[in-house]
Ligand binder design. Sequence first.
Ligand code: ZN
Length: 320
Amino acid sequence: MSPVVIAIDLGATKTLVGVGRTSGDLLARVQFPTPIQGSPELAVNEMVLKIRQLLAENNIADDQVNGVAVGAPGPISYPQGIIYDSPNLGWQKFALRQELEQRLGWPVVVEHDVAMAALGEFHFGQMKRYPNLLYVTLSTGVGAGIIINGELYRGSIGGAGEIGHMVIDPHGRLCNCGRRGCTEAIISGTALAIQARELVEQGRATYLQSLAKDGVITAKEIAIAAREGDSDACRLLAQFRENLQLILANLVHIFNPDIIVLGGGVVQGMRDLFFEGIEEEVRAQVFPMHRPGVKIEVTRLGGDIVLYGCLAAGGIWGFE
Ligand SMILES: [Zn+2]
């Protein structure tokens, strides 16, 4: 049997810890809220505790474990695994790899979560291997994992794939990064929710407002309202779709990938509302030479995609 890997998907709001094999069998997983207040030590304590529990529950001895792979929000240095001033986690320059290695005694790799997801998709998401694959995540943020010629592309210093900060409207909405009109400020789940709240401030979107728990509209309420045919929600989603198509067409022109795979909370939660026909629309926007190669899918790995990427990473790098 292939080696056991501990897989960790560290997120801003929740963390998943799993155990599985490098062949892609996820044996068990557990989810818990990421300790807040920007405290990496608390988060590491919780991870270690859950790892110990999972191993005990699944009768896996320490010497069966090859190593630990972690997908985490950026910016991260590779291979040092230092998480720099992560706006999502609120951590500042935390040596996650070193900390986990000291606490657990196994080798650890830390990779950008979206890059890890792309590895998962490349190895376990598709029936066939597409050597040039883009994984695009749409959730609270927007990012891409890039596989070129069968290998993860990290760029010069590990910063590749930040498509969320590709400006598509220089006079558009203010982004967390300080610039205007970034993709993330326009089509992320957070951006959708902000657009809905703006409608409410203008005295519109009354139905959306009525759905909101504690008065705060999220992407979830937009999806519910759109399914019921609410015109404000449908308009927001039509804009979202139009912008997404534009961004995907840009990516086709830049990367000419074999396949683009979409994932993340917004895609999981709203697939039925925007995905149908998107491949044809993007095909219509790109150069004729690119058209036959346009292939867009939604990941089948769902919310565990980063964990699958960790299993793949354990197999590739072998924790030497
Ligand atoms: Zn930005």
